[in-house]
Design a protein around this ligand. Structure first.
Ligand SMILES: Nc1nc(=O)c2c([nH]1)NC[C@@H]1CN(c3ccc(C(=O)N[C@@H](CCC(=O)O)C(=O)O)cc3)C=[N+]21
Ligand SMILES: [Mg+2]
Length: 301
């Protein structure tokens, strides 16, 4: 029996907790927390994600203010907006939606953020606090994954954990959090030799590479906990035929609709072997949004 780690259900619990925290502040005479969302350009996926985040704000009683800028916005203008938001006492959290359009330097923008308003947890000060094991604003996706494990009574202590992917946003902070929870952690990436063999040693396998269906069922150790952070839209039918061989429903959706979402893990294959697994959609993505709401409340406090 494979346990499905239901991201939607856990996100609902996290959002309810944030909503209670917000209501409590308001009852004590404070204003609601306020999240500023900066969205540059017309990337359709970014618009979908931002819409979701704004909806979560509304649900939890957090005020959201959207700042939409054209794709041709000069770096200096974007930086000026961030400086204004940094000093605006009505703004508690600032989220600059990534990726930024070509020509804009995301690192320079993120380094400019006031670390106390950096609800993504991407600023070097917050990354450094995490490295030292100190409290701070922590990246939403890995902290939500840790919260999901905890909610299901899965304790990383003493386990072998493998994190696939070494991004600043997911892979590296995820590895640090698992280490903090006393797992023995390996970070694997595109240059890792014998990736399947390494993954087969993992009691906890986190996939965060952004390559649809890369992790095959045969890479999963029987009984392992599989956390799939990837959200990929597959439109190529030839690719779909390969990675959805064990997932006829998803392949049918791809053919009928011209595209389908899937994670970095071949869910249908991996679910037969794993002890617990997160689905995509309905897994980590929703938790990331809930984590952002929790961070905004924390930044406000
Ligand atoms: N500054 C910044 N912070 C981010 O946290 C950030 C970002 N930039 N850029 C893009 C990625 C991606 N991301 C997701 C958020 C929600 C879902 C989500 O809600 N997924 C749902 C629905 C998926 C869908 O329908 O597209 C699900 O998995 O069930 C997915 C992905 C946040 N990101
Ligand atoms: Mg990588």
């Amino acid at each position: 029996m494979t346990l499905i780690l239901d991201g939607k259900a856990h996100a609902e619990r996290m959002l309810a907790e944030v909503a209670a925290g917000v209501a409590d502040r308001i009852a004590r005479g404070h204003r609601p927390p306020c999240l500023a969302v900066v969205l540059v350009g017309e990337d359709p996926a970014s618009h979908v994600y931002v819409r979701g985040k704004v909806a979560d704000c509304a649900r939890t009683g957090i005020r959201s203010v959207e700042h939409r800028l054209p794709a041709e916005t000069p770096q200096a203008d974007l930086e000026a907006l961030v400086r204004t938001l940094n000093t605006d006492p009505a703004v508690d959290g600032i989220l600059v939606q990534l990726p930024l359009p070509a020509g804009l330097d995301a690192k320079r923008v993120l380094h400019l953020l006031d670390p106390a308003k950096d609800v993504d947890g991407f600023h070097p000060v917050n990354q450094g606090l995490l490295l030292e094991g100190l409290p701070g604003l922590r990246p939403c996706t890995p902290s939500a994954c840790m919260s999901l494990l905890k909610a299901h009574g899965i304790d990383p202590k003493g386990t072998r954990a493998v994190v696939l992917g070494r991004s600043e946003i997911v892979g590296k902070p995820m590895a640090l959090m698992l280490l903090e929870a006393h797992a023995t952690v390996t970070i694997a990436h595109s240059r890792t030799r014998d990736l399947p063999g390494l993954c087969r040693e993992a009691d906890i396998l986190v996939a965060a590479v952004g390559r649809p269906g890369m992790v095959e069922g045969s890479w999963v150790k029987p009984g392992a906990v599989v956390i799939d952070v990837g959200i990929n839209r597959v439109e190529d039918v030839a690719l779909g035929e390969r990675i959805f061989a064990a997932d006829p429903a998803r392949l049918a959706t791809l053919k009928a609709k011209g595209g389908v979402l899937c994670g970095d893990v071949r869910y249908a294959e991996a679910a037969l072997v794993a002890g617990a697994i997160t689905p995509v959609p309905g897994g980590v993505g929703l938790l990331t949004r809930a984590g952002l709401m929790a961070n905004t409340l924390q930044a406000c406090r």
